[in-house]
Design a protein around this ligand. Structure first.
Ligand code: C2O
Ligand code: CU
Ligand code: CU
Length: 485
């Protein structure tokens, strides 16, 4: 194993993804393939799978309400280089070992183009997906979703960012061009020869592991990179693309920054923060002002760990006058709870083996392949209440819809598990300030209920919801749902 902590930090410059602007009525063709790329100056090239020619997938930029078609071409090798678990549902030896299927995460996409996990195709095949993009500007991301395999496919590199623009955002005059920077954060482990290392349980029939935490933190394809910045305001579009890791983000000396957006778009107003927690698959839109740090170094920190270095250039001449932060960003109407016609309770639970090790996570005690139980009517509003009986925080994600977080409330887990119903241990806490906008992933803390409200408007058909810890999703914390016309 590579001793990542012995590598000198901040020797590689932050790479930026190739920008692919979508044209009106445009069609893109994006190919998945094996590449070799340097993750650090002192590490030999690493075998990766990518939607681009290097480690970083292209950044697709599109406009709201302009339909985009993408042909996703699978040109991956026929054998996987990471430990496939053939005992997982949909991963048996009767299907091709390498399968791919692309999901635009956060996209309001018709079911047939949404990347249903069973809609995979093998190497040599492709699929054209249509994205109407009838939704607000935000940072979406695209990633593999092949049944039982996407934890490995994403780990291998199959993910990229997708920025959606609209007029509301245009009018705000936010930092753009080289002053708007995508940051894709994730962790990996490497062998001493620079290959990706993904752990196995030790049981050759069932190599699946419950979670993945690597000691190497990568941003945009490099271990602990640096970026040269000017002493001015920047906009960072941050995505947590990790399999399991949450990041507690802050800056050196707890320097303040502003959060202006979340998964599904802008917040109502900028929110001043000194730290925030980002779960797998969540996105945050941040403004960082380097104008008082001319000539200094600032770090992006996870907990106490410096992930990245910003080298702020010296001030040359008088500072350019900077537009003040907009006081208001976007109108966000709260969905009244009285609009909900159905409330669904969804239990998150974990089964253990005789030794007490977790072996399976479920939603409502059901497996993926059991019949659909969640069937919201098209255009109806529902409250979904996640009851987390486990000891982990699970980032729950729904396809198709955006939602608002209502509240969280501590419960007596033991009573609940013994069928005594929901006994609350305190008052409900409203959503965090930085969850005030529209979301598509919500952190469900242990021993709590988390309630969200969503309007199921979009398209009828088969979708899914799941925990976005990729190891949980694969076994078997993922369920279909169907929007009924
Ligand atoms: Cu990031 Cu099922 O999605
Ligand atoms: Cu999704
Ligand atoms: Cu989970």
């Amino acid at each position: 194993m590579l001793h990542v902590l012995e590598l000198p930090p901040f020797v590689d410059e932050l790479p930026l993804p190739e920008l692919i602007p979508a044209k009106k009525h445009g069609k893109l063709r994006i190919t998945m393939r094996e590449v070799h790329a340097k993750v650090h100056r002192d590490v030999p090239p690493t075998r990766l799978w990518s939607y681009g020619s290097g480690a970083l997938a292209p950044l697709i930029e599109a406009r709201s309400h302009q339909t985009l078609r993408v042909e996703w071409v699978n040109q991956l090798p026929e054998r996987h280089f990471l430990p496939v678990d053939h005992s997982l549902h949909g991963c048996g030896r009767e299907v091709p070992e390498v399968r791919a299927c692309v999901h635009l995460h956060g996209g309001r996409t018709p079911s047939e183009s949404d990347g249903y996990p069973e809609d995979w195709y093998p190497s040599g095949k492709s699929r054209v997906c249509t994205y109407p993009l009838e939704q607000d500007a935000t940072a979406l991301w695209y990633h593999d979703h092949a049944m039982g395999l996407n934890r490995l496919n994403i780990y291998a590199g199959l993910f990229g960012m997708f920025l959606l623009r609209d007029e509301v955002e245009d009018r705000l005059n936010l930092p753009s061009g080289k002053y708007e920077v995508p940051l894709l954060l994730y962790d990996r482990s490497f062998t001493s020869s620079g290959d990706l290392l993904y752990p196995q349980s030790g049981d050759p029939e069932h190599p699946w592991v419950t979670e993945f935490y690597g000691d190497a933190i990568l941003i945009n394809g490099k271990i602990r990179p640096f970026q040269q910045v000017e002493p001015r305001l920047y906009r960072f579009r941050v995505l947590n693309a990790s399999n399991s890791r949450f990041f507690q983000l802050s800056l050196t000396d707890h320097a303040p920054f502003h959060q202006i957006g979340t998964d599904q778009g802008l917040l109502a107003a900028p929110l001043k923060l000194t730290s925030l927690m980002i779960a797998p698959a969540e996105r945050v839109d941040l403004l960082i002002d380097f104008s008082d740090a001319a000539g200094q170094q600032l770090h992006l920190i996870d907990g106490a760990f410096q992930m990245m270095e910003f080298r702020v250039g010296a001030r040359t001449g008088k500072p350019e006058p900077q537009a003040p932060l907009p006081a208001m960003l976007r109108t966000i109407e709260r969905i009244p709870e009285s609009q909900a016609t159905v409330t669904r309770t969804i239990t998150l639970d974990e089964l253990h083996d005789r030794m007490g090790a977790p072996m399976l996570m479920l939603l409502n005690h059901k497996h993926w392949h059991e019949p659909v139980t969640e069937t919201p009517k098209l255009n109806s509003t529902e409250i979904w209440e996640f009851v987390n009986t486990t000891e982990d925080t699970h980032p729950m994600h729904l396809h198709l819809v955006r939602f608002q977080v209502l509240d969280r409330r501590a419960i007596d887990v033991f009573a609940y598990q013994n069928r005594k119903g929901l006994r609350f241990l305190g008052a409900a806490r409203p959503a965090e300030a930085n969850e005030g906008g529209w979301k598509d992933v919500v952190q469900c803390n242990p021993g709590e209920t988390t309630r969200i409200i969503a309007r199921f408007d979009g398209y009828p058909g088969r979708y899914l919801y799941h925990c976005h810890i990729l190891e949980h999703e694969a076994n078997d914390m993922m369920r279909p749902y169907e929007v009924m016309a």
